[in-house]
Design a protein around this ligand. Sequence first.
Ligand code: FPP
Ligand code: MG
Length: 372
Amino acid sequence: MTTADAGQRSSDLASDKSNEIDKPAQGAQAVSPANQSNLDMNAIIEPVAHEMKLVEEWLTTNLIDDSAFVGDLLKQLFMSGGKRIRPLVSLLASKASLQDESVDPHHCKMSRLHIILAVLTELIHSASLVHDDVIDKADTRRGKATVNKRFNDKMAVLLGDLLFAQASICLARIMNPNIVGVYGQVLGDLCSGEISQMRQQFSLKVDFDAYIQKSIGKTASLIAAGAHCGAILNARDNLVVQSLKDYGLNLGICFQIVDDLLDVTGSAASTGKPVGGDLKNGLITAPGLYILERQDDISSRFAELIQKGKIEEEEGLQEAIAIMKDYGGVEQAERLAQSYGEKARQSLAVLADSPARQSLSDIIDYVLLRKS
Ligand code: FPP
Ligand code: MG
């Protein structure tokens, strides 16, 4: 399928005024992110299980290209076991914010536009990760060789660009200028979040404000976009739209803090990434920031390990990790993640009670408990 064909397919979807969503093609895989905690992920997905299958089908079978080589690469990328948290949040928020039929029968059912929105969100996420692996010189992601490792940086930059192009086609098919504006802003936020992070490397001047701003840029802005654009499609009022945006922002910050914690407390086997990789790259995240805040002998030693580049060697890295674990850095960062999780939960109060709203709440616990 050419890009034009892919656009046409999106166009077909967008121009279909019916609210009916097709059954997924035979053989489409159900999405089941690893059950990483006591929470039952299948129960969380349940309210949008059918729509998640359609998203999965789109990502793994519809994203083909004229070039068999590129088509295979895309397929491998999307079959490599991503958690699909972003499309899941997007679909659940879309469903939880549907209009009541008695109020507006045109916006009371999930439509194909909600599916495209969820696909678009995952496409941008995947594109940014392919580029991020070039920036971070990462060899593995999700336990598999990255595109830059398998081929080279040029290939990874171009594949990431191709995914952004596919995302633009989805965006065009949604035909909503507000949503184009939101996702345009997200692309800028992703880049400026990465630029801030680069400028913070090996710097002891990073504070929590800069850390949170960077986390919003690189992670939370995209989750927030997916969370509130469904409510825009559903023609909901500003209170609902803004509440879902706040939900996504706070969930996204919570997600990033947990990600940063896993760099310290996780295992390479479960995260698919080397332990301590952030710190080794000079990135001081929440658990390290709490140590620096102490302003005592412990924080001086921690700062010394960073300033003298000792964290780039195994012995110094292990010492820094032990300090974050033994002197409360990890515990305090866990509490910080929980506080953002609770803020996200509070934002759901404006929505009517529904299974989709319950799942949005359960995702917060899933994110807080995740191990990969
Ligand atoms: C992962 O961070 C990276 C991101 C969440 C966003 C990366 C964004 C870009 C590279 C900019 C994208 C470009 C355009 C044109 C919008 P991480 O390194 O902390 O996570 P990881 O450990 O999973 O790699
Ligand atoms: Mg990275």
